[in-house]
Design a protein around this ligand. Structure first.
Ligand code: HXC
Length: 514
C-alpha cells in the first residue's frame, strides 16, 4: 500500500476515535456545562503541546455483549504536554464513552501514564469524570483501581499529583483523588461520594440529592476533601495553571523563581493589627502586605477558615503561608484547622517550599465536641508536621501566642529557623484575663474592689509576661521587629537558608498521628 494511502488510513482511524462516544453523548455532556475529555486537555495544556498515547487501545471484555461494543480509547485519554512550559502527564476520563467507566484497559492506560510521570519526575494531573468501576468487567475493574491507588501512594511526595473532579467520581474511585495532593471541584459538575443517594435511600431510608451529598460546595466547605472551588471548568483550568506555576516539578527541585516584585501600596502593615487585642483583623492582609505583587494563592479557602494556608512569592521565590485567622473563631486550632495546616506543612516540606507562619491564636478550641472529635490526635499532627519539616521555617508572632498554640505554630522549640515577634506579641501560657483570674483569685476575692484589683492584676500579668521581650530574653524569639520590617527580614531569611541542611534520625518512617 502506498504511504499516502497508509497515512489516509491512519487519519481515518484517528478521526473515528476523536468522535468519542458520538454526537448524542457529546451534546449531553455539553448541555451540562461540561467539556469533552479532549476539550479539557486542550484548554488546560499549552497550545499544540499535547502528545497522546494509547489512542488505539481497545477493551477486552467479552461478557454482557461487550464483544459487540467498541469503546474509543476505552474511555480515557492519556498523554503528556506542558503548562506554561512545565512538563505535565495527564489523563482525562471520557464520560461520553461508557460513562467513563473504568475497565481493565482503561485502568492500564491510567497506570501507564502514572508510571511515566513518576519515572520522568513530572507532575500528574487526573481529570475524573466516570461512573466508576465498569460493571461488566467485574473484578478486573477493582484490580484497576487498586493498581491506581498503589501508584498514587508511591508517587506521593515525589511528584505533585493533582485531581480534577469534572463529573461523577463515586464509590471507591474517590480514593485516588483523596490520595493526591490537590483536588479541584466545579460548581454543579463535581460529584464525589462513597455511596450514592440510591444506596442511602435503600439502606437508611433517607432522601438526599447528589449535590447535597457530595457536590462541589459540600467538599469545599464541609468535608475539606477539595482544595479549590471554581464556578466553571474554564475558571478551574485557570486555577490549575496558577497552582502549577507555584510548585516544583518534583521533590528534587525547587519551584521556579520568577522576577521579584514589590507588594502593592494598599497595605499599611504597621496598622493592620488593632491595638485592642480583642478586635479581629484579616490575616490575609498581613500576608498580602509581604508578598510580591501582594498576590496570595489560597488553598482550601472555604473550609476550616480559622486557618489560612496557601502559596505566595517572596522576592520571586515560592513560599507556603500558614496563618491563624482572627476573623474566624479567633484563629483557634481545632480538629479541621489542625488537619488543614499539618497536611500543607508536609506538602511544603516534601517539595522544598519554605514555610512562613503568622501566629495569632488563643490556643486550642475548648469543648466537649472538639475533645470527642479527637482534637488531641488531630492537634498532634501540627506538632508532628512542624517538627519533622526540614525546609526553612520562618515564624512571625503577630499578636497572641498562648499555651499549646504558641508551641504548635512553628515555635523555636519545633525548630523554627527564624522567629520574629511584632511589638504587640503576647506570649504566655494563657490570655492575661484568664491567667490573672487563676493566679490572683484569692487577692481579687479578698479585695474591697475586686473588679479594680482584677484589672490591676491583668495589667501586671501583661507587663510581666504577655509581651515578646521575655521570650526574646531567652532567645526563643530571635528579634522583636516593627511590622514594616517583616518583608525585608523574610527576604533575608529565605536567602540565608537557601542551602539549609538538617539530618533527621535514620528510620524507615515515623508514625504520625494520622
Ligand atoms: C458501566 C456505565 C457505568 C458503569 C455509567 N455507565 N456508569 N457502564 N459501568 N459503572 C454507562 C451507562 O450505562 C450509560 O451507557 C452511560 O455510561 C452514561 O450513563 P448514564 O447513566 O446515562 O448517565 P447519567 O444519567 O449522567 O448518570 C451518571 C451516573 C450513573 C450517576 C454516574 O451512570 C450511575 O449511577 N452509574 C453507576 C455508578 C456506580 O454505581 N458505579 C459503580 C460504583 S462502585 P449507555 O450505553 O446507556 O450510554 C465502584 C467500585 C470501585 O466504582 C471500587 C474501587 C475500590
Amino acid at each position: 500500500m502506498p504511504i499516502d494511502q497508509k497515512i489516509r488510513e491512519l487519519q481515518e482511524r484517528r478521526n473515528k476515535i476523536l468522535q468519542g462516544g458520538g454526537d448524542k453523548a457529546i451534546q449531553k455532556q455539553k448541555a451540562m456545562g461540561k467539556g469533552t475529555a479532549r476539550d479539557r486537555i486542550m484548554i488546560l495544556l499549552d497550545e499544540g503541546s499535547f502528545s497522546e498515547y494509547d489512542m488505539f487501545v481497545e477493551h477486552e471484555a467479552r461478557d454482557f455483549d461487550m464483544d459487540k461494543k467498541s469503546l474509543p480509547s476505552d474511555g480515557v485519554i492519556i498523554g503528556t504536554g506542558t503548562i506554561e512550559g512545565a512538563p505535565i502527564a495527564i489523563f482525562a476520563q471520557d464520560f461520553t464513552v461508557a460513562g467513563g467507566s473504568l475497565g481493565l484497559m482503561h485502568s492500564r492506560k491510567i497506570t501507564k501514564i502514572m508510571d511515566h510521570a513518576l519515572k520522568m519526575r513530572i507532575p500528574l494531573i487526573g481529570i475524573n469524570d466516570s461512573g466508576g468501576a465498569r460493571i461488566q468487567e467485574g473484578v478486573n475493574s477493582l484490580a484497576g483501581y487498586g493498581e491506581i491507588f498503589f501508584r498514587n501512594t508511591l508517587s506521593s511526595g515525589v511528584i505533585p499529583q493533582i485531581s480534577v473532579i469534572l463529573g461523577p467520581c463515586a464509590g471507591g474511585a474517590v480514593y485516588s483523588p483523596a490520595l493526591t495532593d490537590f483536588v479541584f471541584v466545579v460548581q454543579n459538575i463535581s460529584k464525589m461520594f462513597i455511596t450514592g443517594p440510591e444506596v442511602i435511600k435503600t439502606v437508611l431510608g433517607e432522601e438526599i440529592s447528589m449535590e447535597d451529598l457530595g457536590g462541589a460546595r459540600v467538599h469545599s466547605e464541609v468535608t475539606g476533601n477539595a482544595h479549590f472551588y471554581a464556578e466553571s471548568e474554564d475558571e478551574c483550568f485557570a486555577k490549575i495553571k496558577e497552582l502549577v506555576s507555584y510548585i516544583p516539578w518534583n521533590n528534587d527541585r525547587k519551584a521556579k523563581c520568577i522576577k521579584p516584585a514589590e507588594p502593592k501600596n494598599d497595605y499599611d502593615i504597621n496598622n493592620i493589627v488593632p491595638s485592642d487585642p480583642t478586635l479581629p483583623y484579616d490575616v490575609k492582609d498581613v500576608i498580602r502586605s509581604v508578598t510580591d505583587k501582594s498576590e496570595f494563592f489560597e488553598i482550601q479557602r472555604h473550609w476550616a477558615k480559622n486557618m489560612v494556608i496557601g502559596f505566595g512569592r517572596i522576592n520571586g521565590a515560592t513560599v507556603g503561608f500558614v496563618a491563624n485567622q482572627p476573623l474566624e473563631l479567633a484563629g483557634v486550632l481545632d480538629v479541621d484547622s489542625s488537619d488543614k495546616s499539618a497536611r500543607f506543612i508536609r506538602y511544603c516540606d516534601a517539595f522544598n517550599i519554605p514555610i512562613i507562619t503568622f501566629v495569632d491564636l488563643p490556643g486550642y478550641l475548648p469543648g466537649v465536641d472538639q475533645e470527642h472529635a479527637g482534637v488531641i490526635r488531630h492537634g498532634a499532627k501540627v506538632l508532628y508536621a512542624y517538627s519533622e519539616a526540614s525546609v526553612p521555617k520562618i515564624t512571625v508572632i503577630i499578636r497572641k501566642a498562648y499555651g499549646g498554640g504558641y508551641i504548635a505554630m512553628g515555635s523555636r522549640h519545633l525548630r523554627a529557623d527564624f522567629v520574629f515577634a511584632w511589638p504587640g506579641a503576647e506570649i504566655a501560657v494563657m490570655g492575661p484575663e484568664g491567667a490573672a483570674n487563676i493566679i490572683f483569685r484569692k487577692e481579687i476575692m479578698a479585695s474591697d474592689d475586686p473588679e479594680a484589683t482584677r484589672k490591676a492584676k491583668v495589667e501586671e500579668y501583661k507587663t510581666k509576661v504577655a509581651n515578646p521581650y521575655v521570650a526574646a530574653a531567652k532567645g526563643y524569639v530571635d528579634a522583636v521587629i516593627e511590622p514594616c520590617e517583616t518583608r525585608r527580614l523574610l527576604i533575608h531569611a529565605i536567602e540565608v537558608s537557601g542551602n539549609k541542611s538538617v539530618a533527621l534520625p535514620a528510620k524507615k518512617h515515623g508514625i504520625p498521628p494520622f
